[in-house]
Design a protein. Structure first.
Lengths: 297, 315
């Protein structure tokens, strides 16, 4: 294969073909991993239930009944019992997935975008820019993540948006650090030098040569953060710093049901169990994706 | 090695300063007025102005920061707006309780993690490994505030073995018979996360070391498993220490959730009060002390490295 042919036809074909082969191999490896598939299926089920909540939920998530408070699991008409205001637990758990999943996934997606941008710039430009960016991030590393999230959302006040902002700020430095370190490694490789010598500008090199090689590791790292973010987000709601009542959200439900652990412990523990199931599935899914994408093994 | 320690010490100074700046600014980005907590909404303008002057809130922000930092360096973190008491004494009393809780939890978590991770690493690929790995995944995935509630339901409400709330008589925690039962549930709950993280780390490190040539050489030399274990432990120590050392800091910073569940009278409880009463000096002070503690811990871990890892002494 001559160099002229590669450069002359369509420059994008070569990397695209290579990556298509890579991704189909990753998918094939994932499809042979029963644990990862099971986790993906459970998460899909929770997600679909949350999205189509109005269609499948048996009751109104806000309508309570004073005489039917804290019904046990399996009570007539209430498959999973009722909460402290007599609202149907199953309905509220289904609706709760909307806010909880949003708060668990969106901050990581935002941090992935912002962190990758900053990290790739820091890693590719290097020098003084790199130093300023990375030393600034070191300051955020001086805060334990739970404390940082609590402090930011505590200072801004309770609410979904402030909570999302706080969580995004917690994860941006972590993603940036990973993005910077992989970009710095990639930047020193020969093919970047070759691209530069053949006249490609920085934007072209970053888009065609760098991103394709750094997005994988950053993506794998970020998927691992979703489970942490779920726990942290619901924890903020549990403290009263997240979603406001009467909105159904698992962390908040766990909080408002806390006094009920004496009368009806099983029902009171349900929202936490949902957080646990979702977070462990995200964790195992991230592990599965990591080992499927690690082509050396 | 001394050059390394000096360099590391000097590097901690700007970080600590930046932390004070963030702790100061964080509460100033808060919407609403700092005086909302004490002044009634319909207070006359002169009263508000007088209160602002009394708390120094009428000065420009950089001046406020300078004054605050200067006083903080002398150990004076101001007075709590809600209670009027000295923030320093409130925070110090609470830090002791949180440090006891986080310390006990860190010891349990790190020990359990080392044992589980070590066994899993040695039995790499077998069923023991799978069980240990699964336990560690549970450890890092479980919402610990929920686990705390579940443990309370089982051991306090159903079985009645252990107390569910508080740190025992007199509000503070000490190591004695009367206080011991109170720390069991919160410490166990808190230990779950470091246990999971340490299990993962130790397992990975042990697998890595066992695959190296020198272990093969030791085996060929005829050393028994116990002697080989000593070599593995020595090689794993630096990484494990780096991870384990920071866990105490994470636990102290993240203790707010556990302290809320168990009504533990520590810094988390203080933070909770400060946030919901909008007590800014208390919030600032607690935040500052916790973060500086974390910076200090980071520093100690880094300084300890060359002492346990001879390879680092040469650089």
């Amino acid at each position: 294969m001559s160099l002229a042919l590669d450069a002359g036809s369509t420059p994008a074909t070569l990397p695209a073909q290579r990556s298509r082969g890579y991704w189909s191999r990753v998918l094939r490896r994932l499809s042979r991993d029963p644990v990862t598939l099971a986790c993906a299926a459970i998460l899909l089920l929770i997600l679909l239930a949350a999205v189509f909540a109005p269609l499948i939920a048996p009751a109104d998530p806000f309508k309570g009944s004073m005489i039917k408070r804290l019904q046990p699991i399996g009570a007539e008409g209430f498959l999973l019992g009722t909460d402290e205001l007599g609202r149907d637990m199953l309905t509220r758990l289904i609706y709760g997935g909307r806010q909880s999943l949003l708060m668990g996934v969106l901050p990581v997606v935002l941090a992935f975008g912002i962190g990758t941008t900053i990290g790739v710039i820091a890693g590719y430009v290097g020098g003084r820019v790199n130093m300023v960016i990375m030393r600034t991030l070191d300051v955020f590393y001086a805060f334990p993540s739970v404390l940082l999230a609590v402090a930011i959302s505590g200072a801004l006040g309770a609410g979904l948006n402030n909570c999302l902002l706080a969580l995004t700020l917690v994860f941006v430095p972590q993603v940036t650090r990973v993005a910077e370190s992989v970009t710095t490694q990639v930047r020193q490789l020969d093919y970047i030098e070759a691209a530069r010598m053949s006249g490609a500008g920085p934007w072209m090199i970053v888009r065609e040569q760098v991103l394709g090689n750094v997005l994988g590791p950053i993506f794998v790292y970020s998927t691992g953060l979703i489970s942490v973010c779920m726990i942290l987000a619901s924890g903020l709601s549990f403290l009263g710093l997240g979603v406001k009542p009467p909105e159904p959200e698992w962390g908040l439900m766990l909080n408002t049901l806390r006094p009920a652990i004496f009368q009806n412990p099983l029902v009171a523990a349900l929202p936490g169990a949902m957080i646990f199931i979702t977070s462990i599935c995200f964790n195992l899914l991230a592990d599965g994706i990591r080992s499927a994408m690690d082509i050396r093994s | 090695m001394f050059a390394y320690i000096i360099k590391r010490l000097l590097y901690a100074v700007p970080i600590a300063l930046a932390v004070t700046l963030v702790a100061f600014l964080l509460v100033h980005i808060a919407p609403g007025d700092a005086l909302n907590a004490i002044a009634p909404a319909d207070a006359p303008a002169e009263t508000i102005a007088a209160l602002k002057a009394a708390y120094g809130l009428d000065r420009p922000l950089p001046v406020q920061y300078g004054l605050w930092l200067g006083r903080a360096l002398q150990g004076d973190l101001g007075a709590s707006i809600a209670s009027g008491r000295s923030v320093t004494s409130e925070v110090m009393a609470a830090v002791g309780n949180t440090l006891s809780l986080a310390g006990v939890a860190a010891v349990i978590g790190v020990l359990a993690g080392c044992v589980l991770g070590g066994i899993a690493g040695y039995r790499h690929g077998g069923w023991v490994d799978r069980i240990a790995t699964f336990i560690s995944v549970i450890g890092v995935s479980v919402p610990h505030y929920w686990l705390g509630l579940v443990l309370t339901i089982v051991f306090s409400i159903t079985l009645g073995w252990l107390p569910a709330m508080g740190a025992g008589p007199e509000g503070g925690w000490f190591l004695d018979g009367a206080h011991l039962p109170y720390i069991v549930l919160p410490a166990l709950t808190m230990a779950v996360v470091p246990m999971g993280i340490l299990t993962r780390t130790v397992r990975a490190v042990v697998v890595d070391i066992l695959a190296q040539d020198f272990v093969q050489a030791l085996r060929a030399k005829g050393l028994g498993n116990r002697r080989i274990f000593r070599h593995v432990a020595k090689n794993a120590a630096p990484t494990v220490l780096a991870v384990a050392g920071l866990q105490l800091g994470y636990l102290m910073g993240g203790s707010i959730l556990i302290e809320t569940v168990f009504a533990w009278p520590g810094t988390g409880f203080l933070l909770n009060t400060a946030i919901f009463q909008r007590d800014l000096p208390l919030l600032q002070g607690t935040l500052l002390v916790l973060c500086l503690f974390f910076v200090l811990l980071n520093l100690l871990v880094d300084i300890a490295q060359p002492f346990i890892d001879p390879r680092m002494r040469r650089t």
